[in-house]
Design a binder for this molecule. Structure first.
Ligand SMILES: NC(=O)c1ccc[n+]([C@@H]2O[C@H](COP(=O)([O-])OP(=O)(O)OC[C@H]3O[C@@H](n4cnc5c(N)ncnc54)[C@H](OP(=O)(O)O)[C@@H]3O)[C@@H](O)[C@H]2O)c1
Length: 254
């Protein structure tokens, strides 16, 4: 196996489940030391145990990305544990949907903006503050969504708005900080094999049947497929990729 990230310290938010866990495992499998962050200690500990079972190195740090103090502490603890912050993946996010704009509860709107947009903004600030002090700079990958800029489906106004903001924030931050030696990009997954892509009450078999028609590829992406895109953007292979938004959605927005 290649080990593109040997000796690198990688921070992943939302690493206790789904895409974030797969990203954490993939980096560890390629030699990185991983900080797995999120709000729930038990699920982060599971991610760390999975990494250690494969001989990798990881620590769990609880943090709520909506709290600037938490993300600053998260970056500080990454450096304390592993000596630097080479890669950060801002993956933590939530979904609320199912209602047209007129009926979208204000509380859902505010929660979406708080976690999906302000959470990424605060994490970027803390991560960039550290990375621009390092002679080696760093790489950051934000997890947006094909719903933000590329795909059009009704009933997801709040979520869609936040993910469009993540794509826009990625482009803006990439231009602002490439001169600091920090490359910032986004991955925009389509429906991916996590609980987030299940409709209310839907089983995985039901989702598989739905995706046969809903996606040109005929299925959801695996979390490993999305993780592979994240690792590519964080790797030296993508040294000239700046401010891009890599869509991984089986052709849903083609
Ligand atoms: N699955 C899809 O089809 C799909 C498609 C496009 C984009 N995405 C995006 O991919 C990312 C990961 O989603 P997923 O599908 O893997 O869903 P998931 O399993 O629900 O993962 C989301 C993670 O974010 C964490 N999180 C939520 N709020 C947080 C906060 N305030 N602070 C820190 N961590 C927080 C959650 O852990 P705690 O609750 O323990 O904190 C959880 O581990 C999200 O940004 C999502 O919008 C997913």
């Amino acid at each position: 196996m290649s080990a593109r990230f040997t000796g690198k310290a990688v921070l992943v938010t939302g690493a206790g489940s789904g895409i974030g866990r797969a990203v954490a495992l993939a980096f560890a499998a390629e030699g990185a030391s991983v900080v797995a962050a999120g709000r729930t200690a038990a699920s982060l500990d599971e991610t760390v145990a999975l990494i250690e079972k494969e001989g990798g190195s990881a620590v769990a740090v609880t943090a709520d990305v909506t709290r600037s103090e938490d993300v600053r502490t998260l970056v500080r603890r990454t450096v304390e544990h592993f000596g630097s912050l080479d890669v950060a993946v801002n993956n933590a996010g939530v979904f609320r949907g199912g209602a047209p704009v007129a009926d979208l509860p204000e509380e859902d709107w505010r929660t979406l903006l708080d976690i999906n947009v302000t959470g990424v903004f605060l994490a970027l600030q803390a991560e960039i503050a550290r990375m621009r002090e390092q002679p080696t700079g760093g790489a950051i990958v934000n997890i947006a969504s094909n719903l933000g800029a590329h795909s059009r489906i009704p009933g997801v106004a709040g979520y869609l708005t936040t993910k469009a903001a993540v794509s826009a924030l990625t482009r803006a931050a990439a231009l602002d900080h490439i001169a600091d030696g920090i490359r910032i990009n986004a991955v925009s997954p389509g429906a991916t094999a996590t609980t987030m892509s299940l409709l209310p009450g839907e089983t995985e078999a039901g989702r598989a049947a739905r995706m046969k028609d809903a996606s040109p590829l005929g299925r959801v992406s695996s979390t490993a497929e999305v993780a592979a895109a994240v690792l590519y953007l964080a790797s030296p292979d993508a040294a000239s990729v700046v401010g891009s938004d890599l869509v991984i959605d089986g052709g849903a927005s083609a």
